[in-house]
Design a protein around this ligand. Structure first.
Ligand SMILES: *[C@@H]1O[C@H](CO)[C@@H](O)[C@H](O)[C@H]1NC(C)=O
Ligand SMILES: CC(=O)N[C@H]1CO[C@H](CO)[C@@H](O)[C@@H]1O
Length: 277
């Protein structure tokens, strides 16, 4: 089993797509210089976050310009790239999608955000991702360097069943490109990550864009890595920055052995199941 050095890049995103793509590529290079072998980018790293922006920024995967740039950067730096998210176009349909590239530059997984964030609070805020986006219908895992990684996007982390299903499929790391806001960030961001890590006894990483005061959507930032014990191993502030940290998969086995909730769950009485084929 090879060891994993994970880089989590909290990139400052704004409205110039080309510049933002080249920024992502430069972080991939920086991660390689620090000997990382997997890097994760934030949610919506090539476009502003907002339903009105998605149609303009959306691309076909894997032939769009962002896909090509990530593929080339993965290959050139011989590193796994978990490509945050970009708005994906398939015909007339749009998705919020995470692409995963292996060190040969091949697309090995693609996750479409499964739970769209729709809220409508009277006289306050209305935000409906489903106005422009369609939801994904599949769980997404891939194998890398002895680990099995499950992917979720932002709001997906609030649905504990999804994390449980990933654990049941053998995942030992969950990665969520995400962008919480200035209300839910301070309250729930760290709590949700520690909860999913603790419930399922695996590593959890959430990667946010850096905070940009001028943006339409102000992200909390605070990119974080949490251990299978539920301990916060590394955490950023709101500024552009990157976590680079070694992950020891033995800790996953250790926790699962010492707190054997998965064998002692009363599956004869209740269960969490995937319903779609
Ligand atoms: C962030 O989202 C929450 C949950 O929907 C909402 O209640 C809150 O008003 C939002 N906060 C900001 C600053 O937009
Ligand atoms: C991360 C990054 O490169 N962000 C840039 C995106 O484009 C805007 C507009 O050109 C720049 O101001 C940001 O620095």
């Amino acid at each position: 089993m090879s060891s994993i050095r994970l880089a989590l890049a909290q990139i400052l995103v704004s409205s110039n797509k080309e510049e933002n793509i080249s920024k992502a590529v430069s972080f991939i290079h920086k991660a390689k210089q620090q000997e990382a072998n997997i890097i994760t980018l934030p949610e919506c790293f090539n476009s502003p976050y907002g339903t009105n922006h998605f149609p303009k920024y959306a691309e076909v995967i894997p032939t769009g310009e962002t896909s090509m740039a990530l593929s080339n950067a993965a290959k050139k730096n011989e590193i796994y790239v978990i490509g945050g998210t970009i708005p994906e176009r398939e015909g007339d349909i749009l998705f919020n999608t995470c692409t995963v590239w292996n060190p040969e530059g091949k697309l090995i997984a693609k996750h479409r955000k499964m739970h769209l964030f729709d809220i409508d609070i009277k006289n306050k805020i209305t935000f409906r991702e489903s106005e422009t986006l369609s939801p994904g219908e599949t769980l997404t895992t891939f194998d890398a360097l002895g680990s099995k990684i499950g992917i979720g996007i932002c709001y997906d982390i609030r649905f504990e069943e999804m994390a449980r299903l990933y654990r049941n499929r053998g995942c030992n790391i969950l990665v969520y490109p995400a962008a919480f806001n200035m209300t839910t960030g301070p309250l729930h961001w760290s709590l949700l990550q520690r909860s999913r890590a603790n419930d399922n006894q695996l590593y959890v990483a959430c990667v946010s864009p850096a905070r940009s005061q001028g943006a339409g959507y102000i992200a909390w930032g605070h990119t974080q890595l949490t251990s299978p014990w539920g301990e916060v191993l590394a955490e950023l502030n709101a500024d552009e920055d990157m976590i680079v940290k070694d992950i020891d998969l033995k800790v996953v086995d250790e926790v699962r052995e010492q707190i054997p909730i998965f064998n002692q769950r009363r599956k004869d009485l209740y269960d969490t199941v995937w319903k779609k084929n």
